[in-house]
Design a protein around this ligand. Structure first.
Ligand code: FES
Length: 145
């Protein structure tokens, strides 16, 4: 038989449990967020060919990461993952030396993505570059090699 006192004790316990769950559940979800699938990006259109002058570099959004598109002095296109392999700063193109430079710790890469000097432990990831469309109006397309 449930006495009035037992009923009130159970009601009080239920209130405590509900309060604890309502506080702890958001904390738990914050500490352990749901696994979010990173959208896989295999290729992006960086822009029209005319937008990229020789001996320049441009950062392009490649999924959730930046890519660097370099147009060399002789007009060739090269693209790399723009995340430095040392501590993940974003690299940039250095026109004076035709190299890719990481300002964080003075890391230098050549235009094949290889490390020239500085602390980066590995070369930059190389992407493919293709031109698509009408001659003179081509899109510059960067994709995973
Ligand atoms: S993060 Fe690029 S050299 Fe250190």
């Amino acid at each position: 038989m449930v006495t009035r006192r037992n009923f009130l004790d159970r009601l009080l316990a239920l209130g405590f449990v509900s309060t604890a769950v309502s506080i702890l559940y958001p904390v738990w979800r914050y500490i352990i967020p749901p696994a979010a699938a990173e959208p896989a990006t295999d290729s992006v259109i960086a822009g029209k060919i005319a937008e990229f002058k020789p001996n320049t570099g441009a950062l392009v959004k490649f999924g959730t990461k930046p890519a660097i598109l370099v147009r060399t002095s002789d007009g060739q296109f090269k693209a790399f993952n723009a995340v430095c392999t040392h501590l993940e700063c974003t690299v940039q193109y250095k026109a004076e030396t035709s190299q890719i430079w990481c300002a964080c710790h003075n890391g230098l890469y050549d235009l094949s993505g290889s490390v020239v000097s500085g602390p980066p432990p590995r070369p930059l990831e190389v992407f493919k570059v293709n031109l698509r469309g009408e001659p003179g109006q081509e899109d510059v397309v960067i994709s995973r090699a």
